[in-house]
Design a protein. Structure first.
Length: 275
């Protein structure tokens, strides 16, 4: 199966385009003219849905997020190289090698230890070296004009702003600064900014009350602290389907929206790679 063989259901495609257009409009309404990146979270949804948004949304949707490393790898094989993939799930050390070898993996948004950063840097460097050596003047690059050659991996350092023991992320303060410094020093990584998921109950409560989300306040403070330490600007990645408007209003440069675009997800065991 390839993207050219994949069939699109016209009604499903139209519904997806309508839903993502609505999300884009809601973002623009609170962004004050800022360009906020929308990552469409497509986990457990078929590749057909992604292709529909790439081909029929205006402008085309190219940033997609996946929570499971194997699912991301499989979809990256099926879909065009112009997709800009984001790995947003819990990152395990064992994921790093395979993820780093996906040419169009645009960002890993859940780096929470120096060890994982080092593994991503090591394996991305190996991949870039092998890619460069395989591409000679007589051997055309597998990249197309719409998909540039692979480069450094963008990284978001995940911060556990809610201090929940079940949540991934490094602790605010010294641990966050140290990890950001390690990513900044890695030759094959690019520190894009900081990310948090935060407490769901807090997101719902503050959204309903119209208050500032405490998790977003903490992440913004951490971003400002790290930016001062490094002497450059960094972005905030915060906000999901339940609270993305509040996150954008508080300065988020990226939001991750899934169910509001794609609808309810099936159980993992019933999910289909394509339809």
């Amino acid at each position: 199966m390839t993207d050219t063989e994949m069939k699109l259901d016209p009604q499903r495609a139209a519904a997806l385009v309508s839903q993502i257009t609505s999300v884009r409009q809601r973002i623009a309404a609170v962004a004050n003219g800022r360009d906020v990146r929308l990552v469409a979270v497509s986990k457990l949804k078929p590749a057909n849905d992604i292709l529909a948004l790439m081909q029929q949304a205006s402008p085309p949707q190219l940033h997609f997020g996946e929570n499971y490393a194997q699912e991301l790898s499989q979809k990256a094989e099926l879909l065009p190289r112009s997709v800009q993939w984001h790995f947003i799930g819990g990152l395990q050390s064992g994921h790093c090698k395979n993820l780093a070898k996906i040419p169009n993996l645009w960002c890993v948004s859940s780096v929470d230890t120096e060890k994982k950063a080092q593994l991503l840097d090591k394996h991305r460097g190996e991949f870039l070296s092998s890619f460069t050596s395989a591409t000679t003047p007589s051997t055309p690059s597998p990249s197309s004009p719409s998909s540039p050659p692979p480069g450094k991996l963008n990284i978001h350092v995940q911060v556990n702003t809610s201090s929940e023991p079940t949540k991934s992320g490094c602790s605010p303060g010294a641990a966050t600064i140290a990890l950001c410094r390690a990513v900044e020093a890695a030759p094959n990584l690019h520190l894009l900014g900081l990310m948090t998921i935060g407490a769901i109950a807090r997101s719902v409560a503050t959204t309903e009350a119209g208050d500032e989300n405490e998790d977003f306040v903490v992440l913004r403070e951490q971003r400002d602290l790290v930016a001062k330490e490094l002497g450059r600007e960094l972005e905030l990645s915060m906000g999901m389907s339940e609270d993305f408007e509040g996150a954008v209003a508080m300065g988020s440069g990226e939001v991750r929206v899934g169910s509001t675009i794609f609808g309810t997800r099936p159980p993992k065991g019933e999910a289909k790679l394509w339809e």
